[in-house]
Design a protein around this ligand. Structure first.
Ligand code: MSP
Length: 517
């Protein structure tokens, strides 16, 4: 059986519809998932929605509906957004589903039975925006820096506590060892630095509202929404419901998250798992924030733009490519319309789109759209070999970039080949060969090489721009579906069958006016 690769995104709060920040995580996870599928992994890509807790209860109340009704109404909007972005998730979990709620109770009961939970009382500050307890030094002018428009609540209530503090040493050992990782390195250091200062036990239930999963032995309490939410990663994998599946895909290979929720994923989550002797995640990767005008994009800061606002102009491919390529993965990045138009025009419309239309046009004009016989080794000259070499290097570079979980670096590597193919066109000048009957076979060889380059560019860029890739394969006369392709077989130079029939078609990426609004 193929090797399993399990990747997750956070499950998003459904107090509102998705914005570009959420779209960012989805697209990055989708890129990695598609790449791993091409590498032959048996991928499980999980996303979903986080539907319990005070934040959702308040959002529903503001609309005058019950939280579950609210959830049922808004979740389709999340599905729509991910469909518009061509997110190829394998599973979408909602925390209000029975397949989640039941195993969550099993897990928490087991913690209790093992003495990992005790009753206490909590007094302190709570940010409903983060659904998190806060210490005064985390606030700026009494407000949560991530949710400046929300009031901080003062909470005093009876709570159950999870014995988080006793896991400090084990967490330090875990993240210091090489066997598991928090990435990028700066995030690992951040976590280690904080854990070394010591940990408090964690309040893991709430009693002042009802919208949550009841504590099984004391139903006055609901399980703290973060405990409930984190468990989605194992409930969706079959924990306490499908043991065979769970053993096959757990531990997760990558939890991809934003840096805002690193603490929950790299401290609370592994400690919960350790408490029940469940293996901990292999990698937690915390990417940076998408900023608009210098501020973290969120609905409450009024910079929320929906993904569909942008796909109308740029298409799903343009959207995906821009965020993956423009924002150095792992760091914060700024979104602007102008940079999006510029990136689209230079990389997609010019480098990629023009190459495709030039090659397909020449194949049509000079060869009647018939892909010629595959060149034999002794028909290749130095220029041809440099082109093939550039492909090999781009492919190796992409694989290395993926080992470091960097879509940005992967795309840079892919574009070295796109640019090389463009310069090869200039170098071999098929239009000149076409004028000389004695050069006919040479013309066939260079056009084969170019059509083959297009086939491979489509394959390499499929994780970023799946629609264009599939369309390009179609125009090259290839039957296959790219989502069933594999690098091992399709990634080998020379795979384009002779006799395939090419077609021209409209621009893959129509150029946008610089001032297009
Ligand atoms: N429900 C929790 C997560 C539970 S996971 C067990 C939550 N939800 S959220 O809706 O607030 O989404 C947080 C995630 O959305 C971030 O970690 C990040 O992946 C993504 N982003 C939200 N805003 C973002 C930006 N402005 N920039 C980049 N990513 C952003 O927290």
């Amino acid at each position: 059986m193929a090797n399993s690769f399990y990747i997750t995104t956070p499950i998003y709060y459904i107090n509102d519809v998705p914005h570009l920040g959420h779209g960012y995580t989805e697209v990055a996870a989708d890129f990695i998932a598609r790449f791993k599928r091409l590498q032959g992994f048996d991928v499980t890509f999980l996303t979903g929605t986080d539907e319990h807790g005070q934040k959702i209860a308040q959002a529903a109340e503001a609309k005058g509906v019950k939280p579950k009704e609210w959830a049922d109404e808004i979740v389709p909007r999340w599905h729509e957004a991910w469909k518009a972005l061509d997110i190829s998730y394998d599973d979408f979990i909602r925390t209000t589903e029975a397949r989640h709620e039941k195993p969550v109770q099993t897990f928490v009961q087991e913690l209790y039975d093992r003495g990992e939970i005790y009753l206490g009382s909590y007094e302190g500050l709570y940010c409903v925006g983060c659904e998190a307890f806060k210490s005064p030094d985390e606030l700026i002018d009494g407000k949560c820096p991530l949710h400046p428009t929300r009031e901080i609540e003062h909470v005093k209530e009876e709570n159950y506590f999870f014995r988080l503090s006793k896991y400090a040493e084990r967490l330090i050992d875990l993240w210091e060892s090489d066997e598991r990782s928090v990435m990028p390195e700066v995030r690992r250091n951040e976590v280690l630095g904080k854990v070394r200062q010591g940990l408090d036990d964690l309040s893991m239930s709430r009693i002042s509202f009802e919208w949550g999963i009841p504590i099984p032995w004391d139903s006055k309490h609901v399980i703290y929404v973060w405990i409930d939410a984190l468990l989605n990663y194992i409930t969706a994998a079959g924990y306490a419901s499908d043991e065979a599946r769970f053993n096959r895909i757990w531990p997760v290979d990558v939890h991809l998250i934003g840096k805002d929720i690193l603490w929950f994923h790299s401290v609370i989550w592994p400690a919960m798992l350790m408490a029940l002797d469940v293996p901990v995640p292999k990698t937690v990767y915390a990417h940076g924030f998408l900023l608009v005008g210098g501020a973290k994009m969120s609905k409450s800061s009024l910079t929320g733009i929906s993904p569909q606002d942008l796909t109308e102009t740029f298409g799903s491919d343009g959207y995906r490519y821009y965020f993956l390529r423009e924002v150095s993965f792992g760091q914060d990045g700024t979104f602007s319309w102008e940079s999006m138009v510029a990136r689209y025009n230079s990389d997609l419309a010019n480098d990629y789109g023009n190459l495709a239309s030039r090659v397909l046009n020449m194949a049509g004009r000079y060869l009647g759209g018939a892909v010629p016989r595959t060149p034999a080794d002794d028909e290749l000259d130095e220029a041809d070999r440099r082109l093939i070499d550039a492909y090999d290097q781009a492919f190796t570079g992409m694989e290395a970039a993926l080992d470091g979980l960097s879509p940005t670096e992967a795309l840079k590597a892919a574009w070295t080949f796109v640019r090389k193919a463009n310069s090869y066109v200039e170098e071999v000048a098929p239009w000149a060969l076409a004028k000389d009957e004695s050069q006919h076979r040479r013309l066939e060889v260079v056009l084969y090489n170019l059509a083959e380059s297009l086939r491979l560019i489509a394959l390499l860029t499929f994780p970023a721009t799946p629609r264009a890739s599939q369309e390009l394969w179609r125009r090259l006369g290839i039957d296959g579906e790219l989502d069933r392709a594999a690098f091992a077989t399709d990634g080998v130079w020379g795979g384009l069958p002779a006799g395939s029939k090419t077609t021209k078609g409209d621009a893959l990426f129509p150029r946008l006016d610089d001032d297009q609004k």
